[in-house]
Ligand binder design. Sequence first.
Ligand SMILES: NC(=O)c1ccc[n+]([C@@H]2O[C@H](COP(=O)([O-])OP(=O)(O)OC[C@H]3O[C@@H](n4cnc5c(N)ncnc54)[C@H](O)[C@@H]3O)[C@@H](O)[C@H]2O)c1
Ligand SMILES: CC(C)[C@H](C(=O)O)[C@@H](O)C(=O)O
Ligand SMILES: [Mg+2]
Length: 367
Amino acid sequence: MTPPHHVAVLPGDGIGPEISKVAVALLKQAGQKEGVDFEFTEAAIGGAAIDATGSPLPEETLQICRQSDAVLLAAIGGYKWDQLPPEQRPERGLLGLRAGLGTFANLRPAVVLPHLAEASTLKREVVEGVDIMIVRELVGGIYFGQPRGFSTNEQGHKIGFNTMVYSEPEVERIAHVAFQLAQKRQGRLCSVEKSNVLEVSMLWKEVVSRVGEQYPDVELSHMYVDNAAMQIIRNPKSFDTIVTGNIFGDILSDAASMLTGSLGMLPSASTSDDGPGIFEPVHGSAPDIAGQDVANPLAMVLSAAMMCRYGLDLPQIAEHLENAVSAALDAGYRTGDLHTPGMQRVGCSEMGDVLTRYLVGEPAPVS
Ligand SMILES: NC(=O)c1ccc[n+]([C@@H]2O[C@H](COP(=O)([O-])OP(=O)(O)OC[C@H]3O[C@@H](n4cnc5c(N)ncnc54)[C@H](O)[C@@H]3O)[C@@H](O)[C@H]2O)c1
Ligand SMILES: CC(C)[C@H](C(=O)O)[C@@H](O)C(=O)O
Ligand SMILES: [Mg+2]
């Protein structure tokens, strides 16, 4: 056996612990199959960390993540913590982790798997074959810009404010990531912003265009974010790779998820120039279905696959996980969010059992 791969596991809140369990069990199985050893260290983040320590991102968690080869994170947040002041909310723990690890490049692939075209709320012919890569800038923009806060205006009304700001180097580095990904894909990159109104977007467009001169083999286009939201629904196959800022990428990736059948299908990888990446589903902690064992664990499993491919250089393990997901869907297993008539409805842990069976090569039905 080669030295172990150290993975920090952050289950977080809501459905987080349920879906983490499935992904970790599968990684262990796939590791055994390939003679790859994983060492998992669990750490607290979000609401669970607030309850345990008072902080949404305890220093110990950040240290564990920094010392790991990769971070596998499920989801944070929930009603219980919604009334806390901004700095103490679970979401700040997640933002702090992203900033702390410098994971500026967030890759959010929206791929419609052949078996799931039926599960989308859009027509089969619109979504069949969709394969979009959204490259979202993750540690800048309006999420992090200063000043921000609450104040009172001259009329005595309370105001809330945030600042959307990008510097040239911040845009340059995400643009390079996006152009290089587009080169490995269909060679088309669409930069999404709001440069008809916002200065920050005017700068974004100017810098992306300039970086584009270094990539003559990539066809660059520009689109306003409102139009992009519409085009993703109207004609998603017109997109190959998208590069956009923090908040636009957040919104567009949730919209793109419905092309694939469910938000529960979208994985993501957040990488920096060096140091561990964070691998997490695009969805949140789904408090409305937490604790019921009905969540779709596939986005989490596919995030674990992205971790193996992009974070740990273990493409063979990634393939095992992806193949298990394809085989389970092919055989008709569906969690509630993806269920269509004639399919076999399973819960979260049951889907985990199905995936394990396919992974170890015993595809007998579970029920
Ligand atoms: N990366 C993260 O940790 C992350 C991402 C988004 C939202 N959040 C947090 O999650 C909490 C809930 O936010 P929300 O409800 O707006 O978004 P959400 O993504 O948690 O849920 C939106 C809807 O999608 C469903 N859903 C999400 N994931 C699912 C899955 N795997 N299987 C089946 N159904 C699934 C939910 O049941 C819900 O109806 C908030 O506290 C929010 O801040 C965290
Ligand atoms: C929970 C929140 C901070 C987070 C974001 O907005 O980045 C989430 O919506 C996501 O998409 O990962
Ligand atoms: Mg989001």
